[in-house]
Ligand binder design. Sequence first.
Ligand code: G3H
Ligand code: 13P
Ligand code: ZN
Length: 323
Amino acid sequence: GLVNTRELFKKAFAGKYAIPAFNFNNMEQMQAIIQACVETKSPVILQVSSGARKYANQTLLRYMAQGACEYAKELGFNVPVVLHLDHGDSFELCKSCIEYGFSSVMIDGSALPYEKNVELAAKVVDYAHKYDVTVEGELGVLAGIEDEVSHETHSYTRPEEVEDFVKKTGVDSLAISIGTSHGAYKFKPEQCTRNAEGKLVPPPLRFDILKEVEKRIPGFPIVLHGSSSVPQQYVDIINANGGKLEAAVGIPEEQLRQAAESAVCKINIDSDGRLAMTAAVREVLAKKPAEFDPRKYLGPARDELKKLYMHKIINVLGSANKA
Ligand code: G3H
Ligand code: 13P
Ligand code: ZN
């Protein structure tokens, strides 16, 4: 069955790795995630944004997540699966997700004034903990697009706020802003330098802020959103097959590896999966223009996604063999 994040984060913290949080909204994504986790023996957080919930339907998602647990066992390994609401924006949405079987929710009040964020998060925690559902809060605003809310400007997490926030709200984990952002365009080219091959190199994450946060709430699980790396090979395949992704830049995997070894216990990856699937679909359709059986392009997309997730689990997050 589904589990909440409590034990998973405790082990991830002690073991210096991070639990993968992969977004999903359809069957092929779910299959790819579970296959990757079975093969690597990794725990996983299946996360659903409010947009994804609308897209896929709450009832279908509930049974898909339960099905994911059984599917894993059928494939030969009992993967610990968390069903998590990504970027919940209201108490009502969190409550509804809990009613529909989620084992964890995020209440993202990061765009609210501090006291409002505290108030909302505390209310969600109060409700969620009655059902043994864990809650992720957020302090600091990521650049770019957070779900449907877009932020022109970002603000890094203020370490001096984290202890008070965690105490007052009772959240089980805390998402922070240290330079990541959502989507495939995390940095403007003018924020980047260029390496010898002319590739855009983004400014490094603010590990100094992370360290300050760790000092103020020792042992507390931290979450990193916006942690796609935007693999250049996918961008190239997409662009070579009719796509148009210009100046897409992500977070270098080396920095995510470093984060996973620290207090960061959950790393969110969505965009890289979208790129993997799109690259595979475009390639198939470009090579075989007469093909019109969805399985013939969604199958390869699923396989590519699985490959990507195995790579993340083994080489970036370090969660292989930790289930
Ligand atoms: O944080 C954003 C996630 O990547 C979900 O995005 O709202 O398009 O489903 P979405
Ligand atoms: P990416 O867009 O970098 O994949 O981030 C996903 C995320 O943070 C989901 O909450
Ligand atoms: Zn996010």
